[in-house]
Design a protein around this ligand. Structure first.
Ligand code: GSH
Length: 111
């Protein structure tokens, strides 16, 4: 399925598929709010969720749909997407540091 067929709002904002109880979604939601990025939050019960989830390869939340219909799945990937387009490197540059960073994310994100 082509990601571009995932519908995004006409007003140019992002769509965040999430759930109130999801800590992973909380990370993405908090980031979008803090950065002042306009987004519409939708539940996994929304009619378009299955299509977005299929484009994201796995049916997990959070999933972000960009105004041009690109789909980004995973809270860390959502943060990295915005940090990279604003020129901020938020991932380590060496393989060892990157491995440690991923381990911290897996351990830390489990609460
Ligand atoms: N590494 C992912 C984990 C996301 C995740 O596991 N989300 C849970 C909800 S809190 C989910 O969607 N679970 C449904 C499933 O695994 O099928 C992230 O940070 O976004």
């Amino acid at each position: 399925m082509d990601d571009k067929f995932v519908q995004s709002p006409q007003n140019g904002s992002y769509i965040l598929y999430s759930a109130p109880h999801s800590l992973y979604a909380g990370r993405a939601r908090a980031y979008l709010i803090k950065k002042g990025i306009p987004f519409e939050e939708r539940s996994t019960g929304h009619d378009d969720f299955k299509r977005a989830a299929a484009s994201g390869k796995l049916p997990t939340i959070p999933i972000l749909v960009t105004p041009v219909g690109d789909v980004i799945r995973d809270g860390a990937a959502i943060v990295e997407h915005f940090e990279s387009i604003s020129g901020h490197q938020c991932s380590p540059t060496t393989p060892l540091q990157n491995l440690l960073s991923v381990l911290f994310d897996v351990i830390g994100a489990e609460g």
